[in-house]
Design a protein around this ligand. Structure first.
Ligand code: SF4
Length: 222
């Protein structure tokens, strides 16, 4: 097995093992369906998981499906979303997307990424989440946290500032058969908790033995 293949193999093993101990628990990760994932991702845009957690339950209780959301009264929606900010844009965006789903797709989330991307406010990342977490279709899920982890660990092969497209391609090659949900959640959590924007976790990081940037920093400091 060549070096790149081995690095990928150990990366997947280590990240899944780490996640088995430290996986984060959010309400939208339970009873998953495309609608719950779609709502969670739109609420999570430009806010923290902690803030989104505060409104998710009430939101889903009041608007349990795409049809209820498409019919929502904007003022009622704003009241629920207000605690997480940007409530004007968020509420209009959610209803716009829901109406598109009802009018164009009869209320069914399409199973193709291109069709998901035609829905307002659904970008690459949200489409990946809906496919992987909501529909069980293996798909890469790359947000800025995941992009940071992959570009640090694999920077010898993808460079330290890879484009989103090349990172998505790399993520696609890493997805383990039958474990895409666990793997994608593991990557998201690892980028949010360990390999953060604040810098490298250092000697205690479980990925340090296979991480390109860790080796480069270490050699540079020696
Ligand atoms: S060793 Fe540092 S840079 Fe590499 S994955 Fe761990 S925290 Fe991130």
């Amino acid at each position: 097995m060549d070096k790149d293949t081995l690095q990928k193999k150990y990366f997947v093993q280590i990240i899944l093992e780490w996640s088995s101990k430290y996986k984060r628990d959010f309400e939208w990760r339970k009873n998953r369906n495309p609608y719950r994932i779609f709502v969670a991702e739109l609420l999570l845009k430009r806010t923290t998981s902690k803030a989104a957690t505060r409104v998710f339950h009430e939101f889903i209780t009041k608007y349990p499906d795409i049809f209820a959301l498409a019919d929502a009264d904007i003022d009622g929606l704003k009241l629920i979303i207000k605690p997480i900010g940007l409530y004007e844009q968020r509420s209009k965006g959610l209803v716009r997307a829901a109406r598109c789903l009802v009018n164009t797709f009869k209320g069914e989330f399409p199973r193709s990424k291109d069709q998901l991307l035609s829905i307002p406010h659904v970008g690459e990342y949200t489409a990946g989440c809906i496919l992987s977490f909501g529909m069980g279709i293996p798909s890469p899920v790359v947000d800025s946290n995941v992009q940071r982890v992959l570009s640090r660990v694999f920077c010898s092969s993808v460079g330290d500032k890879p484009s989103i497209d090349s990172t998505i391609k790399l993520a696609q090659t890493l997805i383990p058969k039958g474990r895409h949900v666990d793997f994608n959640y593991a990557l998201i959590d690892f980028g949010a908790v360990v390999c953060t924007y604040r810098g490298c976790y250092g000697d205690t990081c479980p990925l340090k033995d296979i991480c390109d940037i860790y080796f480069m920093l270490k050699n540079h400091n020696e």
